[in-house]
Design a protein around this ligand. Structure first.
Ligand code: NAP
Ligand code: GCO
Length: 265
């Protein structure tokens, strides 16, 4: 049996929205295995600041500003990467937003904005990158899904609708593009300690208590916990994984929940 290859040397990866958080950790993991990293954001200050963060781990990133919800901006951004770095071999659709509002209080514009960023933009960026991957008969797409690709919960209707849709979009991309030797998969993080969850992670917040009781591993995930799944899905070692979502959740999806104070027996 030939040696399993997790080597990404010579590969160009675009990780959207990776100036911090999960995207940065995933990008650093891909870089550790040899990939050249491209990072976009919509905030020039964050793009500038992230270079130093990446450099601390020896990673020289190529940064550029484009908005993943705009087809025109995405075309400009990908054309710039193709011209200045090379064709995208690995695309991680990581950029995302969340709005925590009860359905009856959420205005339509906010609902649509979440869908635009979390569901439509992975389609926009993938559609711009995939023709070149098809021509080269090689490419990896990783869509950043969520626990909310499987579960609902109060106040995140737009986000859950988007992430549930992203799971099925991932499966449909697989159905149409796997025959060209492309791998399209998702990662479903559990509850991860980033800026996005900071408001619900404060000590004593009921949601923090819920995560601690629902997560068998008994902790919030760290962004770095996601890098291994990304390297697997981006590498030849994951060549026959397609249309899947790998949940990196400390056991949440396996667990109905503990009764507080329950004895161990
Ligand atoms: P985060 O800290 O909010 O980072 C999201 C990134 O996306 C930011 O860099 C943001 O840029 C960027 N972004 C937002 N809108 C954009 C746009 N229109 N164009 C380009 N970039 C845009 O979130 P995170 O916690 O690292 O999460 C990253 C991904 O994992 C998201 O898709 C999220 O839904 C998903 N996820 C997170 C968790 C969790 O527990 N944290 C769990 C499951 C899934 P700015 O900072 O400039 O706005
Ligand atoms: C929330 C959290 C979650 C996480 C993640 C879980 O408010 O429910 O922010 O949605 O971000 O998606 O996988």
């Amino acid at each position: 049996m030939s040696k399993l290859s997790f080597d990404l040397t010579g590969k160009i990866a675009l990780v959207t929205g990776a100036t911090h958080g999960i995207g940065m950790a995933v990008a650093k993991g891909l870089a550790q295995h040899g990939a050249k990293i491209c990072v976009n954001d919509i905030d020039d200050a964050k793009l500038e600041a992230c270079k130093e963060e990446y450099k601390k781990d020896g990673v020289e990133v190529y940064t550029l500003n484009f908005n993943v919800t705009s087809e025109k901006d995405v075309d400009r951004g990908i054309s710039q990467i193709e011209k200045e770095v090379g064709p995208v071999n690995i695309l991680v659709n990581n950029a995302g937003i969340i709005k925590r509002v009860p359905i009856l209080e959420m205005n339509l514009e906010d609902f649509k904005q979440v869908l635009e960023v979390d569901l439509v933009s992975p389609l926009i960026v993938s559609k711009r990158v995939v023709p070149s991957m098809i021509k080269r008969r090689a490419g990896k797409i990783i869509n950043m899904c969520s626990m909310m690709s499987v579960y609902g919960r109060q106040n995140v209707s737009a986000y859950a609708s988007a992430k549930g849709g992203l799971k099925l979009l991932t499966q449909n991309m697989c159905c149409e593009w796997a025959k060209y030797n492309l791998n399209i998969n998702g990662i479903g993080p559990g509850y991860i300690a980033t800026a996005q969850t900071a408001p619900i992670r404060v000590d004593g917040h009921p949601f923090n208590d819920l995560v601690m009781t629902r997560t068998p591993a008994g902790r919030w995930g760290e962004p770095e916990d996601l890098a291994g799944a990304a390297v697997l899905l981006a590498s030849d070692a994951g060549q026959f994984i397609n249309g899947q979502v790998i949940y990196v959740d400390g056991g949440i999806l396996a667990n109905f929940g503990y009764v507080k104070g329950e004895n161990e027996q």
